[in-house]
Ligand binder design. Structure first.
Ligand code: CUA
Length: 157
């Protein structure tokens, strides 16, 4: 009898855990305002960014009716451009690379988050919602100024 009750408790606990996990996944996928929908990586020469079409002038470009591409460079200790200005209710693909060491690219309060590695271009696609200002933070330790490395993503109408 004791063993039976013990098992029931564990069963209930594991069901609860699964529900909690499902809840967090669902919440993360919906996200507030800006939601990441995919990510991947490509190779690049970290020392040659100034000669690169995309990264010599970090910027946001319109590529379709509601589609934008943002070319972003992370460096010790900030992001270019800053702020990154993108329109509301659009699909934005961020191409992010590093000029020096490993950084993070996290749009605060959303699930848009990727590691930024020198020699690689991190590509993440997000859907923007209504106009809002977001903090952009580095979540990988990158040196003495890591804690002050931040930028802004402004979703505008
Ligand atoms: Cu860049 Cu921490």
């Amino acid at each position: 009898m004791h063993i039976h009750n013990y098992e029931k408790i564990w069963l209930a606990a594991s069901v609860l855990l699964i529900l909690l996990l499902l809840g967090s996944v669902t919440y993360g996928a919906v996200g507030p305002g800006v939601a990441m929908v995919s990510d991947s990586e490509q190779a690049i020469d970290a020392g040659g960014l100034d000669d690169d079409d995309r990264f010599s002038e970090p910027r946001v470009e319109q590529v379709g009716e509601n589609e934008y591409e943002a070319y972003v460079v992370a460096y010790q200790f900030g992001f270019q451009p800053d702020p990154i200005v993108v329109p509301e209710n659009s699909t934005v693909t961020f191409y992010v690379t590093s000029r020096d060491v490993i950084h993070g690219f996290e749009v605060a309060g959303t699930n848009a988050n990727t590691m930024v590695v020198p020699g690689e271009v991190s590509k993440i696609t997000v859907e923007t919602d209504d106009r809002q200002e977001y903090g952009l933070i580095c979540n990988e330790y990158c040196g003495a100024g890591h804690h002050v490395m931040e930028g802004k993503v402004n979703v505008v109408s």
